[in-house]
Every structure is written in structure tokens, then in C-alpha cells.
Write a protein that binds this ligand. Sequence first.
Ligand SMILES: NC(=O)c1ccc[n+]([C@@H]2O[C@H](COP(=O)([O-])OP(=O)(O)OC[C@H]3O[C@@H](n4cnc5c(N)ncnc54)[C@H](OP(=O)(O)O)[C@@H]3O)[C@@H](O)[C@H]2O)c1
Length: 416
Amino acid sequence: MKRKQLKLGIFGFGCVGTGLYQTLSETTGIQANIVKICVKDRTKYRPFPTQDYFTFDRNDILNNPEVDVVVELMDDADAAFQIVTTALKNGKAVVTANKKLIAEHLDHLISISQQYNTPLLYEAACCASIPVIRNLEEYYDNDLLSSVSGIFNGSTNYILTKIADEGIDYGPALEMAIDKGFAETDPTYDIKGWDSRYKLSIIIAHAFGLIVQPSDILSIGIDQVKTKDIQYAREKGLLIKLVASAQREGNEVLAVVAPKFVSKSNVLATVNNEYNAVQITGAFSEQQLFIGKGAGGFPTGAAVLSDISALTFAYRYEYKKLNQKDNIVLAKDFLVEVYMSFEDQADINFDDFHLISESYVGKGHSYIIGQISSSQLKKQKWSENPSVSVILIGKIGQEKANNLQHELAEIEAYCE
Ligand SMILES: NC(=O)c1ccc[n+]([C@@H]2O[C@H](COP(=O)([O-])OP(=O)(O)OC[C@H]3O[C@@H](n4cnc5c(N)ncnc54)[C@H](OP(=O)(O)O)[C@@H]3O)[C@@H](O)[C@H]2O)c1
């Protein structure tokens, strides 16, 4: 197939935009030239390229007949929605790294992309450099996937690594993640688990053929993990990782994002700093693991470049799992096994637990380990109580998962 020569209009020239510019400059095979770059701040110094590229008027790209691909790399999901929908309607292919935009509007965006016959690609939106979306679309299109899980957020993994390995406090570790360009413009999205939740909802669409609103997914952040919890983990030989997971049981998908204890023998324990990991389990392929940089200008720019390259071969997502129409739904309720630490017993209602396997009340550190329903956890808004921290041990669902039994057995053995 003869590759198409593409003309690019880029929106955003921050961490990812400049990363793309540099990767595009250094690659030789790709047939794509920049026509214009639209940015917002007229006063900002731009190290490169020549000033001729820059515009502050989005119409210089959206209404420019020369541009055939819009590359959206802004930190404003609302403006991105306007720009991406207009671009698709104007017959321009779109590549974006914006997970919030895709996760919150996937249904609508797929329908516009199909109606106007314009491709929309977003590999960089999920775990940056890890090629998860295209693999789910192309390689696992006929596998019966049972779960997709892993570490989907580079900045929280960087923060948790700095805390665990170097004893750096949460605040300075967050500052370091911001300085390195790993964090979102508003890092609340990272630390509250929302960024991972966006990625999980996009992955659920491609893995299981189900479109879910990210807000429907239970999500607990790392911001309430206390020094005492980290000490507890250290004493038990465990690590805390922010884990996103979607597991299929029958026609239901059980989805959750939460800090989780992982034993040092767990592969996720070896995934550090800004690295991400995606574990895919299928009936035929069984378990596979992808590890790669989940943040940063070059790794993310490389994923954007790969989408641009795919467009030169007229590639588009076919949403194969969505088209299988398997009547899959998001599970409204399932049991989770949690460790919950608290300062004041009044903050916890023990009756909310289906089962309490361990409780400890001590000076400055009290906790319980038990089973609670996901809906109860969501309803109680523990995540908004600064004195309570919730760390997942495992997800139980309707049937106890084998790996949970394994993790639990390990934790219980340590606790004895
Ligand atoms: N950073 C990462 O590691 C990473 C990884 C994966 C995905 N992403 C996603 O990639 C996207 C970009 O992230 P980033 O880290 O590159 O952000 P960033 O460094 O903050 O850069 C954002 C860029 O967007 C531009 N912008 C904002 N609003 C605009 C508007 N209305 N019109 C034109 N330009 C506008 C800004 O213009 P000015 O330069 O004029 O301020 C800036 O150049 C986000 O969706 C993010 O979630 C980032």
C-alpha cells in the first residue's frame, strides 16, 4: 500500500507537543509535515521551531484546506471537544492524547467519526508509550479477554516509587513529578485516580466492547495514603501501587481504580517511576504484560507519532468488540477486600463491612481489614475523609478470584 503524505495542524505545544515535534524531526520514514501549530499564550517563549508555524486562531487549522490531520495536544478538554468535533466534521482525521476528552465523549466521538468518515486515533491517551489500544483492536480482537489491569498513571507511580525507595515525603515527590512534566496540568486528576479511570474506561471499550462513563467507575486516589500505611506495607514486605483493573465475570465488567498492596513477587512491584504496565488476560493468549513509559514528552510524543504513521496507511479503529454487541454491562456492585486505616473510630462504620478479618487499634495507627461492597465504598465517600485511607487488597466479585486468594494468603501470613 502506498503511504499517504500528510499535512498536520497541531493544537498545543507543551510537554507532548514539543515531544512530538522533536520525534517527528528525527524520524525518517514518516511522510508528514507540520503546516501550523495553534497555541494559547501569546507571551510564552517558544524554543523552536520558527515563529512562522504558530497561530492563536484555531480556524487557521480547522478551516485550512491544506491540513488533513489535526493533532490535538492541549491541556483543556472542553476546548479540545470543540476542536476535535469540528475537525472531524470538516473532514480532517484527528489524533489526540486527551484521555478526559475521549473517555467522557467516546460514544459521541465514534458516531461523528463514522458519520463524517474521518478517523480518530488516541493511542497516547492510554498509558502513553504502551501500544495498548491498537493491540486490543487488532491482536486481541477475537480473544475472550477476562481482565485488563495494571498501573495506568505515570505521575502517581513516580510519587509512590520515590516514597517507597527514597523515603521522600508525598508533597516533595508530587513537586518532582510536576517538574518532570509527568503530571497533568491539574495534578488532582492524577492523585485522585481520575486519570487512571479515564484510561480504564477507554480500555474497557476496546477490550470488552462496553462504553462506560468514567464517573461510574469506583476510584480511590493516593492522596490519603498515610506515612503509617507506607510503614505498614514496608513491615509486611509489600508495596503500594495505584492499580486500575477491569475484570469480566459473565456479562459483567468489574472495574475499579485504587491504591493496592502488591507483594514484591508481583510483576507490578517491578514497575517503577513513570513506567506503566498493562496486564491482559485472555482465554486463548493467557496472561501478557506490557511495560513502558506512561508519561513524558518523548514517550507520549512517540505514541502520537505512531498514530500519525498509522494514518499514512489509512488506519482507523473498527471497534470490533463494540460491534460484537455482547450485552455486557458494568457491574453495579461487587465485594472488595480492603485495608482501611483511620485516626478516629467514629470515622468508620464497622457495620458497612460484610466481614472483618482483622482489626487493630493503636496509638496513631488503627486499621481494619475486611470485605465491603463497592457500592458502599462509593456511597460512603471515604475518599473525601482526609483521616481515612483505603487500600485495596483484592477484588472478590461473585466468585473469589484465585489471585486474590494468593495475595490475601500472603498478607494474612505476614499479619500473623
Ligand atoms: N504530559 C504527559 O506525560 C502526557 C501523557 C499522556 C497524555 N497527555 C495528554 O496530552 C495532552 C497535553 O499534555 P501536556 O502535558 O503536553 O500539556 P501542557 O504541557 O500543559 O501543554 C498544553 C498546551 O496546550 C495549549 N493550549 C491550552 N489551551 C489551548 C487552546 N484553547 N488553544 C490552543 N492551545 C491551547 C497550551 O498553549 P500555551 O503553550 O500557549 O500555554 C500548551 O501549549 C493532555 O491532554 C494530556 O492529558 C500528557
